[in-house]
Design a protein around this ligand. Structure first.
Ligand SMILES: Cc1ncc(C[n+]2csc(CCOP(=O)(O)OP(=O)(O)O)c2C)c(N)n1
Ligand code: SF4
Length: 283
C-alpha cells in the first residue's frame, strides 16, 4: 500500500483536533521505557519535530549525522547552520542550534560573513546540488578559493528535488528529468560536474571527500569524513566539504530500495567515492 493510499484511508481527524493524536492514540498508563535500557535516542542537537522528507530520502539521515557530530564535538552553543533553498530549506527547524536561511546558492557567502564576524563559531552550510552547483557555483568556488574556514555538507541527489525534478549540473548523462524528458544530452547541456574534482584543484581547501549514503557502511564513512571536515574548521585549516551521494526516490521515479541501488550501480561510476584532499593532519 502506498503512503498516499494509507493517508487517504486513515480516519479523518475531528475539526480542530491534533492530527497526531487522531492517528496514534497513546494510553497515559503505558510507559514503553519501563524496565528497558535506553540504547538509542535522538541527538541533543536535534528537535523532536517530525521530518518532512519523502520516504527513502537521505536528507533525514544526513541531518542526524550533523546533529550527532555537533553533540560529539560539544558545539551546540557555538554552531550556526546555513540552510539552502531546496528540500532542506527548513533544516533549521530540526536543529537546536542557530540557523540562517540563505537565498539560492548564497549559503557559502552567508557562512563566510558569519564566520568572519565571529570566528569562535562553528559554521556550516547544508546545500543541495541545484543550490550549490547551479546558481551557487560562484559562491562555492570563491569560498574555497579564499580558503574560508567554513564547512559545507553537499547533498548531491543529481536533481532539483523541491521544485519538481528538473535537471541539475550533476544530473547523469541519459538521466530523464522534467527538463530532459528524453535523457540528459551532453551535446546540448554539457557534461555532469564533479564538484569535489573541481574544488580539489584549489589550494585554499583543507579537506574534500565524497561518500555514498546507500548503505550503513556508507553512513558510517560519512560520519568519519564529516568529523574530519569539522576538525578542519576547528583547527583553522581552511575550507572543508563533504559530498554526500543521496537519494531522491520521488523525482527519480524509483522506490526507496531502487534509489539506493541506483547510487551503487550508476551514480558511483560517475562520482567516485574517495577522499580528494586531506590537509587536516598535515604538519
Ligand atoms: C534565487 C532562486 N532561484 C530559484 C529558486 C527556486 N528553487 C528553489 S529550490 C530549487 C532547486 C533545489 O534543488 P537542490 O539544490 O538540488 O535541492 P533538493 O531539493 O534536491 O534537495 C530551485 C530551483 C529559488 N528559490 N531562488
Ligand atoms: S523531493 Fe527528493 S530530495 Fe526532496 S524530500 Fe523528496 S526525495 Fe528528498
Amino acid at each position: 500500500m502506498s503512503t498516499l493510499q494509507s493517508a487517504a484511508e486513515a480516519p479523518a481527524a475531528e475539526p480542530g483536533s491534533d492530527m497526531t493524536a487522531a492517528v496514534a492514540p497513546v494510553s497515559s498508563e503505558r510507559k514503553p521505557t519501563d524496565g528497558l535500557e535506553c540504547v538509542f535516542q535522538r541527538p541533543a542537537s536535534m528537535t523532536d519535530k517530525p521530518l518532512h522528507y519523502c520516504p527513502g530520502c537521505t536528507h533525514g539521515i544526513i541531518h542526524r549525522l550533523v546533529a550527532e557530530m555537533v553533540d560529539e564535538f560539544g558545539l551546540l552553543e557555538k554552531t550556526v547552520g546555513v540552510c539552502p533553498v531546496g528540500c532542506s530549506v527548513f533544516a533549521y527547524e530540526y536543529f537546536e542550534f542557530d540557523g540562517i536561511q540563505a537565498s539560492h546558492g548564497r549559503a557559502p557567502a552567508v557562512a563566510t560573513a558569519v564566520k568572519r564576524c565571529d570566528p569562535s563559531r562553528f559554521v556550516f552550510t547544508y546545500q543541495g546540488d541545484g543550490d550549490l552547483a547551479a546558481i551557487g557555483m560562484a559562491e562555492t568556488i570563491w569560498a574555497a578559493a579564499r580558503g574560508e574556514n567554513i564547512t559545507i555538507f553537499f547533498v548531491n541527489n543529481g536533481i532539483y528535488g523541491m521544485t519538481g525534478g528538473q535537471m541539475a549540473p550533476t544530473t547523469l548523462i541519459g538521466q530523464k528529468t522534467t527538463t530532459s524528458p528524453t535523457g540528459r544530452d551532453p551535446l546540448t547541456t554539457g557534461l555532469p560536474i564533479g564538484m569535489c574534482e573541481l574544488l580539489a584543484t584549489l589550494p585554499g581547501v583543507a579537506y574534500i571527500a565524497r561518500v555514498p549514503m546507500s548503505s550503513p557502511k556508507g553512513v558510517n564513512t560519512a560520519k568519519k569524513y564529516m568529523r574530519k571536515a569539522v576538525r578542519a574548521q576547528l583547527e583553522h585549516k581552511g575550507f572543508s566539504m563533504v559530498e554526500l551521494l543521496s537519494t531522491c526516490p520521488v523525482q527519480w521515479g524509483l522506490t526507496p530500495v531502487q534509489a539506493m541501488k541506483h547510487i551503487d550501480e550508476d551514480v558511483l561510476k560517475v562520482y567516485p567515492a574517495k577522499v580528494f584532499v586531506d590537509r587536516v593532519d598535515a604538519t
